[in-house]
Design a protein around this ligand. Structure first.
Ligand SMILES: O=P(O)(O)OP(=O)(O)OP(=O)(O)OC[C@H]1O[C@@H](n2cnc3c(O)ncnc32)[C@H](O)[C@@H]1O
Ligand SMILES: [Mg+2]
Length: 197
């Protein structure tokens, strides 16, 4: 069984990576198991932040590492919160306060279009010159009040019009199939066939 360190401290992401990868026989280990501290995310692009997180975890653990940098990009807010999604309402980070801020910023907006975006970066070792990079997006609309109990982060506010449900109302297997992260993972697994772990 191949071991893969997940370079994330987000419990919601870790749960989804487990659901996506454990059935494939990949032994998914959160970086916390190896006492990897949180990495800096100083960059203005998702891909640079994901690469920084993957390298950081791989350097400390000596294992291959997979990082995810993701966020919600809202058209009427010029793409915000984007790469700053985790800390939209400042420190300490809180999904509840981030969601309140998003609702406040969207008050009176008629254009509710938004998309989730995810970049995954896998490095075999910290100095891997050929990181595997894959991305996925998921388009939806920002509601004016939360619905649903599942998922994490902004999920109660994001409606998938084709499902008629918020992401927090979708069963996790459906979210994993159609989400930004699920699509990025499918693309990553295709690339991994060419360059196995
Ligand atoms: O960096 P790590 O440790 O992985 O954890 P994080 O929560 O800080 O992750 P990011 O820096 O990638 O920030 C992504 C934020 O975007 C939001 N987000 C990303 N994917 C999401 C999803 O599937 N559902 C809901 N919110 C999501 C959520 O608020 C995350 O905190
Ligand atoms: Mg982060």
């Amino acid at each position: 069984m191949k071991t893969l360190v997940i370079a994330s401290g987000n419990a919601g992401k870790l749960r989804e990576f487990n659901q996506l990868l454990a059935p494939l026989g990949i032994d998914v280990r959160p970086q916390a198991e190896f006492n990897v501290p949180e990495a800096e995310e100083p960059h203005i692009t998702f891909v640079e932040n994901a690469l920084a997180k993957a390298r950081h975890a791989s350097r400390i653990t000596g294992q291959p590492a997979l990082a995810d940098d993701s966020g919600i990009c809202v058209d009427a807010l010029g793409g915000a919160p984007g790469v700053f999604s985790a800390r939209f309402a400042g420190e300490p980070r809180s999904d509840a306060r981030n969601n309140e801020k998003l609702l406040a910023d969207m008050q009176g907006q008629t254009n509710r279009a938004a998309h989730y975006y995810c970049v995954l970066v896998l490095v075999r070792h910290a100095d891997d010159p050929q990181p595997i990079i894959a991305e996925g997006a998921w388009h939806g609309e920002i509601l004016s009040e939360p619905r649903g109990e599942g998922g994490f982060g902004y999920d109660p506010l994001v409606l998938d019009p084709s499902q008629g449900k918020t992401v927090a109302e979708l069963p996790h297997d459906i979210k994993n199939r159609i989400s930004h992260r699920g699509k990025a993972m499918a693309a990553l697994l295709e690339k991994l066939k060419l360059y196995p772990l």
